[in-house]
Design a protein around this ligand. Structure first.
Ligand code: URA
Length: 227
């Protein structure tokens, strides 16, 4: 790959700014000053921009713990976006794989790999998402079978896909769903005459939020990113 293109891939520099930095003598390759932007770079080359050793940005896989009152998009003037919580190079390349409502907390996955996010959000891939919900009314045991059979949501054709409902306490449940309809979990409880007071996503596929504090983020391990 050309040196100027390599610099663009590692930093926020445009091609013009990369060429300027090279021309000004700010770039070394394997300890040698290089002034030709078309110099070919190999994987093993060590490229420095000033004091900074550059490495190419490959696809990134991130989890964060969404706090309440943050939104999972960047078009809303009244609430900050969860993407503001992540301070890394080239944030504009990132997108959210599976949104949460503004008042829902918990696991959000962020990536720049479109195929990977599709495998999380596509109902065909059957990636389970587990939520912990607090309810206004004690849950009845019969709801377990209703969720397993599928729930008829208001204004939807057909039933939801089978969902797993685990009762922790009368007012607290775990729900695992395999699709992501608008306000799905809240609407499932509304459909059986209950109401969600708080909703927290704990896992997506095999990826568990664990004890990551609210507002914090981290890269997924290679194992987690395999889903
Ligand atoms: N279901 C909901 O109702 N809200 C969410 O944020 C996620 C799932």
């Amino acid at each position: 790959m050309r040196l100027d293109k390599f610099i663009c891939g590692c930093t926020d520099y445009s091609r013009i700014n990369a060429k300027r930095a090279i021309g000004k003598g700010n770039v070394t390759v394997n300890g040698e000053l290089v002034k030709n932007p078309s110099t070919k770079i190999k994987d093993t080359d060590q490229v420095y921009l000033g004091e900074q050793l550059l490495s190419f940005i490959t696809e990134r896989y991130i989890m964060l713990n969404k706090p309440v009152d943050f939104i999972c998009s960047n078009v809303d003037e009244s609430h900050p976006s969860v993407l503001n919580l992540i301070s890394i190079e080239k944030p504009e390349k990132l997108h959210i794989a599976g949104r949460l409502d503004v008042d829902t907390t918990g696991l959000v996955l962020v990536t720049d790999d479109g195929k990977w996010s599709h495998s999380i959000t596509s109902p065909k891939k059957e990636c389970g998402k587990r939520y912990r919900a607090e309810l206004t009314t004690p849950i009845e045991q019969s709801a377990v079978a209703q969720f397993a059979e599928g729930i008829q949501l208001n204004n939807e054709r057909g039933l939801t896909r089978p969902a797993k409902l685990e009762i922790i306490e009368p007012y607290e449940v775990l729900v695992t769903v395999h699709e992501g309809k608008y306000h799905q979990v809240k609407r499932m409880f509304a459909a059986i005459g209950n109401k969600v007071v708080s909703l927290h996503r704990e896992s997506i596929g095999g990826i568990e939020l664990g004890d990551l504090p609210p507002g914090e983020w981290r890269y997924l391990t290679d194992e987690e990113a395999k889903l």
